[in-house]
Design a protein around this ligand. Structure first.
Ligand SMILES: [Zn+2]
Length: 387
């Protein structure tokens, strides 16, 4: 199962070779998995059969709690359909999201998908803040962004409200897991992912597992100090990567100029349309990111480093300065062969990472991401929302 999860569709002969099992044993196991509906054959050119993991049973839910929105999707494996919902917390309860407003959201999403919360095989909740693995709460230094969740043991609170198992992780860890399972990081044991949109998020896969560190705070690349005289960061440090390349930081550089923009999306769009100032700030962002990644890469030596989030779609403007920064750091000499690539799953990575995690926890998997999982079958929202 691990082999098929990590490497994608694989021939029986190759499974036997890689696992050291006899071809007869592999054949027996595959037949059993097919009977249970968790594996099947995928025919290549009508001749070679590759074994692929599938999921044909049940319903899973993945939701993400951001600073000012809650978004989620229900995935029905039997019907092969996905239902999405996005709301702003003020449309639920009060002005900010809380566990109670998330429960309302989950009930609304389940209703929209025509299922009951109790029948859902697993719910994954991503939090846009580091989650302390020991206490299950949001890191104190980061809780200002999600005040409604401060000091709350998230998993316990949600499970007691919902009466179902809930899996909770930081959004960047889930995006990393999705990119490693189905996206840019496929096929390597060690993978580093950095997402840059409104904030910087990052995660690390080591030996095929999300590396949490002793307390859940591993991989906080957004708070690597790049410029010690730089702006003060909400974490209490100065010149963190996030103060230099988050959306707000990029917009601040352009502020007051003729090329001022109101969102990172707009900056990237203008850069694609030939706006030289926007191209310049993205180039500089790539350099800052390259510095952080080169230093990190010397410690963990990942096979692939992927950059996702909105900056993933600005790859052509950041790739050259990324390379310059890694050359300045002499990364190729110290740790040769590391590939830098853009993320593939873009904005969907967090929700898909929740499903990849739930599948893995329940001993299942899907070798190739099917199209239906990336397309909402029911995109209408029950609330007046726009994003
Ligand atoms: Zn910081």
């Amino acid at each position: 199962m691990d082999l098929l999860r990590n490497e994608g569709p694989t021939s029986q002969a190759s499974i036997a070779r890689k696992t050291g099992l006899s071809p007869a044993t592999v054949n027996n196991v595959i037949q059993l998995l097919r009977k249970e509906g968790v594996a099947d054959f995928e025919w290549i050119n009508g001749r070679e059969a590759l074994v692929t993991l599938i999921s044909t049973k049940g319903v899973m839910m993945s939701v993400m709690v951001g600073a000012d929105y809650i978004q989620g999707a229900v995935f029905s494996f039997e019907e092969q359909v996905r239902h999405d919902l996005l709301v702003y917390p003020e449309n639920l309860l009060g002005q900010q999201s809380t566990p109670e407003s998330l429960v309302l959201f989950i009930e609304q999403l389940a209703k929209q998908a025509g299922v009951s919360v109790g029948s859902v095989a697993g719910i994954s909740v991503s939090i846009q803040a580091p989650v302390d693995k020991k206490t299950g709460t949001i890191a104190v230094w980061s809780s200002g962004r999600l005040p409604g969740w401060k000091d709350i043991a998230i998993k316990e609170r949600l499970e007691s409200l919902l009466k179902v198992d809930v899996f909770v992780d930081n959004d960047a860890n889930l995006a990393t897991y999705a990119e490693w399972t189905w996206g840019a990081g496929r096929g390597v044991d060690c993978f580093l992912y950095l997402s840059c949109s409104r904030q910087i998020g990052s995660g690390l896969i080591i030996d095929g597992k999300v590396h949490n560190g002793s307390n859940g705070m591993a991989g906080e690349l957004g708070h690597l100090v790049i410029d010690k005289g730089g702006p003060v960061c909400f974490c209490g440090s100065r010149g963190c990567l996030t103060t230099l390349v988050s959306e707000r930081a990029i917009l601040r550089i352009l502020e007051g100029s003729e090329n001022a923009k109101s969102s990172l999306t707009e900056v990237i769009k203008s850069a694609h349309n030939g706006d030289a100032a926007c191209q310049r700030v993205l180039y500089e962002a790539g350099h800052h990111i390259g510095q952080a990644l080169a230093n990190t890469a010397k410690i963990v030596a990942p096979g692939i480093i992927a950059i996702g989030g909105e900056l993933g779609s600005a790859w052509q403007f950041i790739k050259d300065s990324l390379r310059v920064a890694t050359e300045e750091n002499n990364l190729d000499n110290v740790s040769p062969g590391i590939q830098f690539v853009p993320g593939i799953l873009t904005k969907d990575a967090v929700l898909l990472g929740g499903i990849a995690s739930l599948l893995s926890i329940s001993g299942q998997g899907i070798s190739d991401l099917p199209l239906w999982m990336t397309q909402s079958g029911s995109a209408q929202s029950a609330f007046p929302t726009a994003m």
